[in-house]
Design a binder for this molecule. Structure first.
Ligand SMILES: Cc1cc2nc3c(=O)[nH]c(=O)nc-3n(C[C@H](O)[C@H](O)[C@H](O)COP(=O)(O)O)c2cc1C
Length: 201
């Protein structure tokens, strides 16, 4: 990343972020939150959606000669400098579809695609605790996978009102927009501090 003396804008330059959204629902609140975070982040960052919906159920028998969808998943993550996980909470944990994709990308054993990449963990829910338990479970997995996830600010979004964030990622409540802008500013500092991890361990 840029030298310590560089202007903040220069330090952010060229950061490519792989975005993993834990919901496949068409009007997903988490998809909208992911878009909002992208809109409010550094203007020169690039975002690539990770197709967690394309991979089959994890099967360890296949990991050494993985299906093309898994290869693409791993390549997308490995080409990124940083990671954004934006996920609902399902039954107080991480949705299976996201965990399944994480399991694929973490394998084979010495080809963990996530290793060393700074991450943002965020989530939106209709419930009062705004995905806090799911995020806690996810953070445990990410720690094991050697992913330095930003600790603060935590991003627990209770999705209310129904149009809090529209389908293009526009935030309708000014306080929420301000908060999310601050989250991305903190994440930019985190990426700069940790350093962007391009190489898989
Ligand atoms: C299988 C399932 C389990 C759920 N479990 C929780 C939960 O543990 N905590 C919570 O706050 N909301 C829970 N919800 C409600 C979700 O917050 C809500 O469906 C939300 O809209 C999902 O995110 P999405 O809009 O990005 O798809 C659950 C929903 C489903 C479908």
């Amino acid at each position: 990343m840029g030298a310590a003396s560089a202007a903040p804008e220069e330090g952010h330059m060229g950061v490519k972020v792989a975005v993993l959204v834990g919901s496949l629902r068409e009007k997903s609140y988490n998809h909208r939150l992911a878009l909002a975070l992208q809109r409010l982040g550094p203007p020169d960052w690039e975002y690539v959606g990770v197709r967690i919906d394309e991979v089959p159920h994890f099967d360890q028998d296949l990991e050494d000669d993985a299906p093309d969808s898994v290869r693409r998943l791993k390549e997308t993550i490995e080409a990124a400098d940083a990671l954004m996980f934006v996920t609902p909470e399902y039954n107080r944990s991480v949705p299976g579809v996201l965990k399944n994709a994480i399991d694929w990308a973490s394998r084979p054993k010495k080809r963990n695609s996530f290793a060393g990449k700074p991450a943002l963990v965020a989530g939106a829910s209709t419930g009062n605790i705004g995905t806090a338990v799911a995020q806690s479970h996810l953070r445990m997995t990410l720690a094991y996978l050697d992913v330095p996830a930003m600790g603060q600010p935590e991003v627990y979004v209770k999705f209310s009102p129904e149009d809090l964030i529209d389908m293009e990622g526009n935030v309708t409540v000014p306080d929420t927009e301000r908060f999310l802008r601050g989250v991305m500013a903190a994440f930019a500092r985190w990426v700069e501090t940790v350093g962007a991890g391009r190489v898989a361990a």
